[in-house]
Ligand binder design. Structure first.
Ligand code: GDP
Ligand code: MN
Length: 352
């Protein structure tokens, strides 16, 4: 029966080549993309890479979110990039705008100051709504209600290696809550009061924290002086595979609400990357976080390229390991390895 066949193999429409599925267990998971209509071409390019390296075998659904309605063209030309289910969600007004306690004149003044100082996205209002949304609201969208895991994808990124296992299944089977590929240092000028605001919250919410003396405590990833200051290390959140339940947890939401009340998403330019990362460091254990070393991933201006044995010659990757951001002085990967007492060998999953 054709339907049964389709469940077990994938037949490339152009070449007729049949490929076996590598797993039968399905995870409740999806790609989640916040995107604007005008980013259509760049998004299609990201989708092409994701489908070609992974999803043609697994058919995980795509979820697109926008604070404006998607155009018919956008919907048609993204639907046509995949055989998997696609859905298009509108962001609700309260998740994309100013909460009542924000002084909008002050916010405007701060944007002007930060733009004059040449801080990246310092003058942008929409970028701040985006960062707040990615920090506190994307995971609350009803389209994510039935999901255990999300994989964040952005326009104009590349996946340069074949992914011949199911990362969602890996997360599930190993009880992982958060996965990353690139970690780096944030610009201090975007987050001057984030750490003090975080410390206030920690003081009031000890019950949520991984105990300080737990050998799996991750706080040393984000502070070099026992909590006095933030060392600016964070996971680059344009790539994330994460647990929806973790972000919807009382602990994470309480942390986000505290940050939101403080106003730093608007008076400074707090990014969702440091927010997610500090939360991960406070609330998760080392074994709940995974470095997806075996994924070739590029989001300009940086990329991660695994230095896997024979991977280039076998055609598994098209990136150049020597250009990997891991080698940069600004990478926090060495810190991650030190804090978790691991080496790259601990992060090789792919077999073939
Ligand atoms: P960067 O990666 O920090 O340079 O920021 P991006 O411009 O790539 O934005 C991060 C993500 O949010 C991307 O997926 C964008 O498509 C999306 N994004 C940024 N601003 C907006 C916006 O105003 N509206 C919508 N719908 N998406 C946005
Ligand atoms: Mn981006």
């Amino acid at each position: 029966h054709p339907a049964d066949v389709a469940k077990d193999i994938y037949i490339n429409r152009d070449t007729g080549v049949q490929l076996p599925r590598t797993t039968t267990e399905r995870v409740k998971a999806a790609f989640v993309v916040l995107v604007r209509n005008r980013e259509l071409d760049d998004l299609r390019s990201s989708m092409r890479d994701m489908e070609a390296t992974f999803n043609y075998k697994y058919n995980y659904p795509w979820i697109f979110l926008n604070e404006e309605p998607f155009t018919e063209e956008f919907i048609n030309l993204t639907t046509s990039m995949t055989k998997a289910n696609v859905s298009y969600g509108l962001v609700e007004k309260e998740h994309w705008g100013y909460p009542p306690w924000i002084d909008q004149d002050l916010a405007k003044l701060k944007r002007k100051e930060m733009a004059d100082e040449g801080i990246i996205y310092g003058g942008s209002e929409s970028y701040r709504h985006m960062c707040r949304f990615q920090s506190g609201f994307f995971y609350m969208h009803p389209l994510l209600d039935d999901l255990d895991y999300y994989w964040r994808v952005e326009p104009d990124v590349n996946f340069m290696c074949d992914i011949d296992y199911d990362p969602f299944l890996y997360m599930k089977q190993h009880d992982k809550k958060y996965g990353f590929t690139i970690s780096l240092r944030e610009f201090y000028s975007t987050v001057p009061t984030l750490w003090n605001t975080t410390k206030e919250w920690m003081g009031l919410n000890q019950k949520y924290l991984v105990p300080q003396h737990d050998p799996e405590n991750l706080m040393k990833f984000v502070t070099d002086d026992d909590g006095d200051s933030y060392n600016l290390c964070h996971f680059w959140s344009n790539f994330e595979i994460g647990s929806v339940a973790f972000l919807r947890s009382e602990a994470y939401q309480s942390y986000f609400r505290h940050l939101d009340q403080a106003g730093g998403f608007f008076y400074e330019r707090w990014g969702d990357a440091p927010v997610h990362s500090i939360a991960v460091a406070m609330l998760l254990k080392a074994s709940e976080v995974h470095f997806f070393n075996d994924m070739g991933y590029r989001h300009g201006p940086f990329q991660h390229c695994p230095d896997g044995p024979d991977w280039l010659s076998k055609g598994k990757c098209y990136c150049e390991p020597r250009k990997s951001f891991d080698m940069s002085f600004n990478s926090c990967l060495p810190k991650w390895m030190e804090v978790t007492n691991t080496t790259v060998e601990n992060y090789i999953i792919s077999q073939s």
